[in-house]
Design a protein around this ligand. Structure first.
Ligand SMILES: Nc1nc2c(c(=O)[nH]1)N[C@H]1C(S)=C(S)[C@@H](COP(=O)(O)O)O[C@H]1N2
Ligand SMILES: [Mo]
Length: 203
């Protein structure tokens, strides 16, 4: 085992000092990439995949996989934080900034719901999808996004707990009010800021 890392009392590895300020309160460092899915894993073929922006927008938009591939992609190095307390530090996805998708549709509401193939949903203020804070990603560490992690495409909103990053994403619905999604209806926090430990309803 590497000299910077030793076993902590909690049974989780201690964080190397240079990474400690990247670990939100109550989280531990996970070097693998756990899979957390409620229910079955949808099988979404890129030939059938579309991404939509709908709801309260000036113009509803829809991209096929091929059209989506023409949009500007960027690498997204980031840290991800799951409400079940693992964090994965320094991992890289590749995808299209949500700004590009929203700009095309002219959003008129202040909230959004991400919706997925398979029925998962998660809500957030639309601002949290803007200004380079969110992406629709199709690659992880230079490989196509594995199906169990949401491939062919998932949302990535790394500044919020990872349940706010819908796998197998099918689109965004723009709304004028905040409407709880799958986990938010079942006790998870409306907003989910890992730095404020907003895990559950009363946090
Ligand atoms: N469609 C869908 N997206 C989802 C989930 C899910 O069950 N279905 N789980 C969420 C939760 S709780 C977490 S922690 C992350 C897990 O992503 P991973 O399996 O790639 O680690 O996906 C989020 N997005
Ligand atoms: Mo989660």
């Amino acid at each position: 085992m590497n000299g910077f890392i030793s076993r902590g009392f909690g049974g989780h590895r201690r964080v190397p000092e240079e990474l400690a300020d990247r670990l939100p309160p109550g989280q531990y460092v996970e070097s693998g990439f756990p899979v957390l899915t409620a229910g079955p894993t949808p099988k979404v073929d890129t030939a059938d995949w579309t991404f939509r922006v709908d709801g309260m927008v000036g113009q509803e938009r829809k991209w096929t996989w091929e059209e989506f591939g023409q949009l500007p992609f960027e690498d997204v190095p980031c840290d991800i934080h799951c409400v079940t307390k693992w964090s994965k530090l320094g991992t890289t996805f590749r995808g299209v900034p949500v700004d590009v998708l929203l700009d095309a549709a002219e959003p008129l509401g202040s909230y959004a719901v991400q919706y997925s193939y398979g029925g998962y949903t998660t809500n957030l203020p639309i601002e949290d999808l803007m200004d380079g804070k969110a992406w629709v990603v199709t690659e992880h560490e230079g490989e196509p996004l594995p199906r169990e992690h949401g491939g062919p495409a998932r949302m990535l909103v790394p500044h919020l707990y990872f349940w706010k990053s819908a796998k197998w994403v099918a689109g965004l619905r723009v709304m004028d009010h905040d409407e709880p999604g799958f986990w938010e209806e079942r006790g998870y926090h409306e907003y989910g800021d890992p730095w404020k430990e907003q895990r559950y309803w009363n946090d």
